[in-house]
Write a protein that binds this ligand. Sequence first.
Ligand code: HEC
Ligand code: HEC
Ligand code: HEC
Ligand code: HEC
Length: 163
Amino acid sequence: MGRPMLRLHLPVLLAALTMLAAWGRPAEASAQAEAPRYVGSAVCAGCHPGQYERYRQYSKKAHSSRGVKLMAKGLTPEELASCYGCHTTGYGKPGGFTDFAATPELADAGCEVCHGPGSAHVDAGGDPALIKNKLAMADCEGCHNAERVRNFNFKPMLFAGAH
Ligand code: HEC
Ligand code: HEC
Ligand code: HEC
Ligand code: HEC
């Protein structure tokens, strides 16, 4: 009973799989090429001058590399690198901060630590669909984690500390 069904469906299945395999490769490659990268807050300033100006003036993030640079002398390279994930933009991620000399535009915790890497949004002339706008506390907790909240007795509110 099952045999005619199999004979009918196997070639169809194989053809579908072959098509999928052929289609999967270029799709993967282009997804990689188009994965958004970090551009730095100064690029955002060009189109969002209000948010940028308030961030630059009032947010401690806008100067978050300062404390790390001041303390760098007393730290091993490993200890110093452990600061970057929270005090800079995109450390350890594609197109993110690597070090102060190579990526000065990402030295502080910029717009993109909350809104995510912005190159696709920028390249598309500011397409709102290509940037994260709905934020939740989970987007803060990677850096404002439980240990810090306890040690510094400070838990930020979602709409604080940016612009
Ligand atoms: C990539 C890490 C990172 C993420 C993500 C992050 N923060 Fe921060 N935030 C920091 C650092 C680092 C400081 C302290 C900067 C300094 O003083 O050098 C800070 C400081 C603050 C402050 C202190 C007061 C001020 O005006 O700057 C507030 C409030 C704050 N963050 C809110 C938030 C909120 C809300 C979110 C999520 C929507 C968030 N942060 C996400 C790293 C982060
Ligand atoms: C898990 C994220 C995280 C890591 C890792 C981290 N920091 Fe911070 N740092 C913060 C946050 C968030 C604040 C703001 C105060 C708070 O909420 O804890 C802060 C505050 C500071 C401040 C106070 C700045 C001010 O405005 O007074 C200094 C200095 C500092 N960090 C230096 C460092 C150094 C140096 C390292 C590495 C050894 C480091 N931090 C690692 C998240 C982090
Ligand atoms: C600490 C996290 C954080 C940082 C850093 C941050 N933003 Fe935001 N941003 C938010 C939150 C939260 C909202 C409100 C989202 C919502 O309405 O749910 C927002 C909203 C926006 C909006 C939508 C319009 C508005 O003002 O509500 C724009 C545009 C924007 N941000 C641009 C920027 C730019 C440019 C920077 C850097 C100069 C920046 N943001 C840095 C958290 C952040
Ligand atoms: C070429 C101009 C341009 C640049 C550069 C730019 N944006 Fe935008 N952005 C826009 C436009 C246009 C909109 C849609 C209209 C609006 O909300 O102001 C927008 C909307 C947004 C929104 C709201 C999205 C929504 O769902 O409503 C956020 C958040 C945002 N931008 C963040 C950023 C960040 C972060 C950067 C830097 C990485 C940046 N933008 C760089 C033009 C730009």
